[in-house]
Design a protein around this ligand. Structure first.
Ligand code: ADP
Ligand code: MG
Length: 320
């Protein structure tokens, strides 16, 4: 069976170009671009909590990096490098090879390098740290939303949550075609971080966050940090044809409280609407207006008629 250092050498060691030194020494060495700020973020994935044991290792490698790149995207930062801390129950070469393939596939797509990490035995647990760069003053923050701004969201929401409901048996498989199920499952297991959109929104968006814990909770973070409130039109939220075919109650749950979307939620002054649409076109991702920022504190979720929904929503909290 492979040892710790065989696994590292075989699966996680590749020549670096951007970094000055990669895997193999006590530290990696990066070459910071003079004058740039570094953006650093880390996200942990725990089996049973962040992913199901049924996920293919390639998709798990992809997702572990994707959720981290999504944080750089939400800051408008350009990804540079990442590290990987991995706890494995056993030295399963097929698993590690698949995992590395998924991770490097996404890393290559974004031109970033794995420069170091740690590998230990233990319950399956994955912690990636990403490092990016952004010019001073240009990072997109949660604190910049102002009353009068419009609220926007990228892509489509809710499919990952709908997939989870199918896995949980809450939504009957028989109600879906095989293609539909695969499409939902892909949304849950292989999210696409909106890095290009985050970069294109520099100087356009007034605030941004990536949607990992559901719109209600994540928008709550923008509202709190910015000291404002918001109204969201649930009927304006973008959704797939598959989600649109579900009951209104399930659609609302998936759209507003879903989680695992990894789309960008952001605000911009009304005068920037054309620039927002241009950013979406440049990044090749749909952008949809879905609400407005107001002085009045709190989050109001309304239908197309402007009437508040009867139920309330909460974001995901590991300890609540
Ligand atoms: P140290 O004892 O100095 O912490 P390790 O023996 O843990 O170093 O790791 C040896 C080298 O392999 C280091 O350069 C470390 O960054 C790298 N490394 C370990 N695990 C991983 C991994 N999962 N992915 C990438 N690099 C790794
Ligand atoms: Mg170590």
């Amino acid at each position: 069976m492979a040892g710790e250092f065989d696994l590292i050498a075989r699966h996680f060691t590749r020549p670096v170009r951007r970094a000055a030194l990669g895997v193999g020494d006590d530290c990696a060495l990066l070459r910071p671009v003079p004058g740039m700020q570094l953006a650093v973020s880390c996200d942990m994935l725990v089996e049973g909590r962040h992913f199901l044991s049924t996920v293919a290792p390639e998709r798990l490698g992809h997702k572990a990096l994707a959720v981290n790149l999504s944080d750089l995207a939400a800051c408008g930062a350009e990804p540079l490098a990442c590290t990987l801390a991995l706890a494995l129950p056993r030295a399963d070469e097929a698993f590690v090879a698949g995992f590395a393939q998924g991770l490097f596939g996404l890393a290559d797509a974004h031109g970033i390098e794995l420069v170091g990490g740690d590998t230990t035995a233990g319950p399956l647990n994955i912690c990636i740290t990403v490092i990016g760069q952004v010019p001073p003053g240009q990072a997109l923050l949660r604190s910049g939303a102002r009353a009068g701004d419009e609220l926007w969201v990228s892509g489509a929401l809710g499919d990952a949550r709908l997939a989870l409901e199918v896995f949980r048996g809450q939504v009957a498989m028989t109600a879906l075609t095989g293609d539909d199920f695969e499409s939902l499952r892909r949304a849950m297991e292989q999210p696409q971080p909106r890095v290009a959109l985050g970069l294109a929104l520099r100087g356009v968006a007034s605030s941004a966050i990536d949607l990992s814990d559901g719109l209600a909770g994540d928008l709550g973070h923008i509202l709190q940090r910015s000291g404002v409130g918001a109204t969201v039109n649930v009927d304006a939220l973008p959704r797939s044809a598959i989600l649109a075919a579900q009951t209104a109650a399930l659609q609302h749950e998936c759209l507003v409280a879903g989680g695992d979307d990894y789309e960008l939620l952001f605000t911009a002054p009304p005068g920037q609407a054309d620039a927002v649409r241009a950013a979406g076109r440049a990044a090749g991702v749909a952008v949809t207006r879905c609400g407005s920022i107001e002085d009045r504190p709190g989050l109001r979720v309304v239908g197309a008629d402007g009437q508040p929904l009867a139920r309330s929503f909460r974001g995901y909290d590991h300890f609540a």
